[in-house]
Write a protein that binds this ligand. Structure first.
Ligand code: SF4
Length: 290
């Protein structure tokens, strides 16, 4: 119940109890992100985390889901994560699912057995930011992971029977690289076959290095219509053989899309094609937010 700095969580964890186990992001270098730029990364003491759980029990009569924050809480050693998960089971026996942010590096460091242990102890979903399937874009934004590493990480999560929720960002390659970003992201999703894909649209905060590039004219943002072209191209290149929930219903998106792939692909493409011809269905700029 004690939080250090601003707390972020995925939209689907809006109703979850947020337990801060790390402060900040161990990577903290992505050029579009300023979420944790004001925090020096550190791990919270185990006793403080466990004490927070006991405090939360006094406030919440029912907790269905718990989300472990901050940036990449999965960087914790399994020993510490398992201690936290055991206490969650003891104090919140009604909790159905624990979610956590993780980087590709964190996942790749875990053995399949360690991921299976986390699954067996309640971790049901790992959120991972891929942002783009293009190595060129990943390098430009200082993601710290390659396309191959991201694919490997997501496959490893899914193989451990944990759902992966992978984020991509429309407009992240600007006007120069949108086609490559779209095609490579679509084909990457096809190779990863994650349980969930979340598509945001680029918005940068004042502390993000990319904001400076935009202000100085070195990076051109896409117009709403160009975002539609990019999203259409991305979706055209997604071909999955197992169920994948696709959502672009974040507050930053111009057009809200939600569907189950592969069966809803044509319906969502029709929505995008309609929006290309009817700009009035797109969200106004002033309604967008991070
Ligand atoms: S996007 Fe994620 S990994 Fe990159 S700096 Fe922000 S929190 Fe860290």
């Amino acid at each position: 119940m004690r939080y250090e700095g601003n707390i972020f969580r995925p939209p689907s964890e809006a109703r979850s109890y947020i337990l801060q186990v790390t402060v900040g992001c161990a990577h903290n270098k992505c050029t579009f992100c300023d979420m944790y730029k004001d925090k020096k990364f550190h791990l919270r003491k185990l006793e403080d985390v466990l004490e927070d759980l006991r405090m939360a029990r006094k406030y919440y009569s029912r907790v269905d889901k718990i989300f472990l924050a901050d940036g990449d809480a999965l960087c914790l050693k399994n020993e510490k994560l398992l201690a936290i998960l055991a206490e969650i089971r003891r104090i919140f026996p009604e909790c159905r699912r624990v979610g956590i942010y993780g980087s590709a590096r964190d996942v790749r460091r875990k053995t399949p057995e360690e991921l299976a242990e986390l699954r067996g102890s309640g971790v049901g979903i790992i959120y991972i930011g891929a942002e783009s399937g293009s190595d060129k874009v990943l390098s430009a934004i200082c993601k710290g992971s390659t396309r191959a590493e991201l694919i490997e990480a997501v496959r490893k999560i899914e193989d451990a029977d944990i759902a992966s929720s992978v984020t991509f960002i429309s407009g992240l390659a600007g006007r120069d690289g949108w086609r490559e970003h779209a095609v490579e992201s679509g084909t990457m999703i096809s190779e990863m076959e994650p349980s969930y894909v979340g598509l945001l649209t680029l918005m940068t905060g004042p502390g993000a290095p990319l904001t400076k590039e935009i202000q100085e004219g070195r990076f051109q943002l896409l117009s709403p219509q160009e975002v539609m072209l990019e999203t259409e191209l991305m979706l055209e290149h997604i071909n999955v053989n197992r169920p994948c929930v696709f959502r672009s219903n974040h507050a930053s998106n111009y057009l809200s899309l939600k569907g189950d792939l592969p069966q809803d692909k044509e319906r969502m493409l029709s929505q995008i094609r309609y929006a290309k011809e009817h700009a009035d269905v797109l969200k106004e700029e002033y309604f967008r937010m991070l």
